[in-house]
Design a protein around this ligand. Structure first.
Ligand code: SF4
Length: 392
């Protein structure tokens, strides 16, 4: 364990014993690199067996250090977790059961790439207790998928969703991307409809993010491809906000839609600031006042030479995160509770300053104040960055 974290262990343990944790495991391998990807991932699969062994060792070490805390959500993300062999997935799952108290487990999600799954693998995962699958579909158009460098086509994505259902995954989520060069508004809506018809209970809609260097960014900068305009992207999000509820998928967070009761429990904990522990080369954790991200790249992390970027939030920073994250949720935040908490911390002037700006946004129809509940309006959701930046 990193020495900085070792020194904080009593406080981390105290926080981990207070209430159940979410546990995120990062599997940093992909068959090929998508053209828009800037995640910490590698195609060098020769490192996979040793990395999985290290991940299992970390699970054991953290479970012991935190004295076998209770865990109520599991999330296996990537990279491409569906590249784990059945034996690797079983060893990892066994290690989780040995190191943590999974009695309160309410959800166990794994991410999968449609180009890497077959029925046997999915059935194996389901039999191990993984009960929710999130498939990176992104689009249902082979031309667009090729532009994104995805390893699967549209038919394969739909097939993967069907196989997951056959394997017994009653909870299935798909990712859809908006803002791909050449993607039309009508195609976004058509893809969302097609996905809803498959019976998925959850849909995540992301804006193509090219902030960091990647091949697709290079194509756009060189003029070989053109991004849709901001207005076109806003129109697509607005059309989805309108259409998806008719298909049974109601918005509950800026980027997420679900059937009633099928909201992601694990992801909701991030927006509600409930504690989570992340293990793996670029996983993030938050326990009590501490937040850290693993910064070890492969193979350094695999060789136990990973480092962490550790932050201790002061009372004002922790308070600001409540609206910063909570306003992403459609139900918003209880402003009365926030005010009370600020008063107890002698931070009332901070909340007063936010309220002045929020009243202006309310007049513009971007935020809604109902009794003491504050939320973003549908239009506010479309320009959320400009509103939420006041809390950063
Ligand atoms: S599958 Fe995901 S993590 Fe892997 S390269 Fe593509 S976008 Fe990146």
């Amino acid at each position: 364990m990193n020495p900085d974290l070792q020194r904080r262990l009593p406080a981390l343990r105290h926080s981990a014993q207070e209430r159940p944790l979410g546990l995120y495991l990062h599997v940093p391998f992909c068959l090929d690199r998508c053209t828009y990807c800037s995640f910490a991932t590698t195609r060098d699969r020769s490192l996979q067996p040793e990395t999985v062994r290290q991940l299992i060792a970390e699970v054991g070490a953290w479970g012991a250090a935190l004295e076998r805390p209770a865990v109520d959500t599991l999330y296996l993300g990537g990279g491409t977790p569906s590249l784990l062999s059945p034996a690797e997935l079983e060893s990892l799952t066994d290690a989780l059961h040995a190191a943590f108290d999974l009695a309160p487990l309410a959800e166990a999600t794994l991410e999968a790439n449609p180009g890497t799954v077959d029925l046997a693998w999915l059935q194996g995962a389901r039999n191990l207790g993984w009960d929710r699958i999130s498939l990176g579909v992104q689009a249902l158009d082979d031309g667009l998928l090729g532009r994104l460098g995805r390893i699967h086509g549209a038919a394969q994505a739909l097939e993967a969703l069907a196989l997951a259902e056959r394997a017994g995954f009653r909870r299935r989520s798909a990712d859809l991307m908006v803002g791909i060069p050449g993607q039309s508004l009508s195609k976004v809506v058509e893809d969302a409809r097609t996905l809803a018809v498959t019976g998925i209970d959850h849909l995540s809609v992301y804006l193509l993010d090219l902030d960091k260097a990647c091949p697709l960014r290079g194509d756009i900068d060189a003029g070989r491809l053109t991004l849709p305009s901001e207005d076109e992207v806003a129109d697509a999000f607005e059309a989805l906000q309108e259409e998806l509820p008719h298909l049974g998928l109601a918005p509950y967070e800026i980027s997420n839609y679900a059937r009633p009761g099928a909201e992601s429990i694990h992801n909701t904990r991030y927006w509600e600031r409930r504690p989570y522990l992340g293990l793996g080369p670029s996983a993030a954790s938050q326990l009590g006042a501490f937040r850290w991200t693993e910064t070890g790249v492969i193979p350094a992390w695999t060789e136990g030479r990973g480092d962490v970027d550790l932050q201790e939030l002061d009372a004002a920073e922790a308070l600001a995160e409540i609206p910063l994250l909570g306003l992403r949720l459609h139900r918003g935040v209880n402003w009365g509770d926030l005010r009370e908490r600020a008063e107890a911390l002698n931070l009332r002037p901070l909340v007063d300053a936010w309220e002045i700006r929020l009243r202006t946004f309310a007049k513009e129809g971007l935020v809604v104040w109902e009794n003491d509940q504050l939320s973003l309006s549908p239009r506010g959701m479309l320009v959320s960055n400009g509103i939420l930046e006041m809390f950063v």
